[in-house]
Design a protein around this ligand. Structure first.
Ligand SMILES: Nc1ncnc2c1ncn2[C@@H]1O[C@H](COP(=O)(O)OP(=O)(O)OP(=O)(O)O)[C@@H](O)[C@H]1O
Ligand SMILES: [Mg+2]
Length: 467
């Protein structure tokens, strides 16, 4: 946020406006200085005699000021991101009565920024004062020596006045050097921060990208860790046939999301390979890879726009018929028709709110419309009411009719009909098979199912009302 809002803005201001003015100021000074030198070399030399001293003071001082300026910018970035986090998290903080603590943190961060700013301001005032003093002394020296020379008839009064008046203009850009330099530091700092984003290495692309002819997914002895030590995915070796529904289950932190991150090449495996239709995902053009996968996330992103446009994000040039059909398949069409303005109802910040299950079905409608051959569905962790639950389940099995679907399942009863269930534990696939097989086998899967059943919230209702 700080990079986009502040750093880009400050670069625009300095590069677009201040530098042109600075350049023209210095050009003017150069021309005036050269003119004065041709009038009288001795006076010209006196005029610039103290300038090097001033510039050295400025240079040394600003070198030191660089770290102070950097810490001010860092503190500002900290403060802004903390504020954004605070505003975004306000409902959570309030419900957990945590807002006091957070406000203390905010206050501290604001004070830190204030302290650093004051320090920087004090430093630059001192530096500027010292520098300006030297420049003014240079002018005083010029005025006194000039008067002395004029008194001894070595300089005409006209030339003396010329030096006094024009040298003010000559010194002007040097007087502003300090702010120019500070601007330079600021812009350099902003530039570095912007570069840290634009220089992030892109996903390495294949030289001769290939297109998969089918969408069977293979993980072949995949090993992966985010960092040197810590979580490790070990020997993930399985096949997801095209057109099947595979569920990933396991305790929190067991590596379910990691598997999908690897398939999407958000990270690459340390060892082993991931193939689609027999082709290593590294050999597929990245846009093609992402284009062939739809993701239905846990936290569905909806825009403050009509329901119609929110579904249309799945495919920009879809016809109204396509959109209605997608909504119907996602089991959300009837719900939308019952809204006051149907598909034109605005949702989001100033519109109506939707339940988690409804949001997820909208997101499934997008996946239908997008029509990618592979769908990754990260099920919501929260409890969904039984009617919503059945609808989501139905929509997902429809998705799987002619697509390869990977469901990260949190509610285990939604995956009883899955073609294959991969059970993960601490980065290892400890079991795999259909629900009934895994139930007779026992082990982690059965204990997870039993735990959820005991919680009692997971059982399906006997009959589901229509609509
Ligand atoms: N970007 C990351 N950098 C470092 N470690 C990470 C990163 N993302 C996840 N991890 C770690 O990897 C492990 C597996 O995480 P993962 O998100 O795959 O779990 P999960 O099975 O999806 O869990 P959940 O059910 O809670 O979503 C965890 O220990 C997590 O802390
Ligand atoms: Mg996860």
């Amino acid at each position: 946020m700080t990079i986009i809002h502040k750093d880009v803005d400050s670069m625009e201001n300095v590069v677009g406006h201040l530098w042109t003015r600075m350049t023209s100021d210095f050009l003017t000074a150069l021309i005036l200085g050269a003119g004065l030198f041709t009038v009288n070399i001795k006076m010209g030399l006196i005029m610039i005699s103290l300038l090097p001293i001033g510039l050295i003071i400025l240079w040394v001082g600003l070198k030191k000021g660089k770290s102070i300026q950097k810490s001010v910018n860092d503190k500002l970035a900290d403060m802004v991101s903390l504020f954004v986090e605070y505003v975004k998290g306000l409902p959570v903080l309030k419900t957990f009565s945590e807002s006091r603590d957070f406000e203390d943190k905010l206050n501290k961060s604001t004070e830190d920024f204030g302290k650093n700013s004051k320090k920087a301001a004090g430093f630059s005032a001192l530096l500027l004062g010292g520098y300006n003093l030297v420049i003014e002394l240079g002018f005083a020296l010029l005025a006194c020596t000039g008067a002395f020379l004029a008194f001894r008839n070595e300089l005409s009064i006209f030339h003396y006045l010329m030096f006094i008046i024009i040298s003010r203009e000559f010194f002007k850009p040097f007087m502003n050097m300090e702010s120019h330099w500070l601007n330079y530091l600021k812009v350099k700092d902003s530039y570095n921060r912007i570069r840290s984003v634009t220089d992030a290495p892109p996903v390495p692309e294949a030289d001769n990208p290939q297109k998969p002819s089918n969408f069977d997914i293979y993980f072949e002895h995949v090993e992966f860790g985010y960092e040197e030590d810590g979580f490790r995915l070990q020997d993930a070796d399985f096949r997801i046939p095209q057109g099947s529904l595979t569920a990933l289950v396991g305790p929190s932190g067991s590596g379910k999301t990691t598997l999908t991150n690897l398939l999407l090449r958000f990270w690459d495996p340390n060892e082993g390979s991931i193939k689609i239709g027999g082709i290593d995902t590294k050999e597929i053009a990245y846009d093609d890879l992402l284009g062939s996968i739809s993701i239905v996330m846990q936290n569905v992103i909806l825009f403050a726009d009509t329901i119609y446009n929110n579904i249309r994000i799945g495919c920009r040039n879809a016809s109204p018929e396509d959109i209605f059909a997608a909504a119907e398949k996602a089991m959300i069409h009837d719900f939308i028709l019952n809204l006051p303005e149907g598909y034109q109802t605005v949702i989001g910040e100033n519109g109506i709110g939707l339940s988690g299950g409804q949001k997820q079905r909208l997101s499934i409608a997008r996946a239908f419309l997008n029509d990618a051959p592979i769908v990754i569905l990260d099920e919501m962790t929260s409890n969904v009411d039984p009617i919503n639950e059945v609808k989501i389940q139905k929509a997902v099995s429809r998705l799987a009719e002619d697509r390869t679907v990977i469901v990260i399942a949190h509610r285990l009863n939604t995956i009883r009909s899955a073609d294959n269930i991969l059970v993960l534990d601490e980065g290892k696939i400890v079991q795999s098979g259909r629900h009934s097989e895994l139930m007779t086998e026992g082990g982690l899967y059965r204990s997870l199912v039993e735990k959820q059943d005991m919680a009692g919230r997971w059982r399906l209702p006997e009959a589901v009302p229509a609509g």
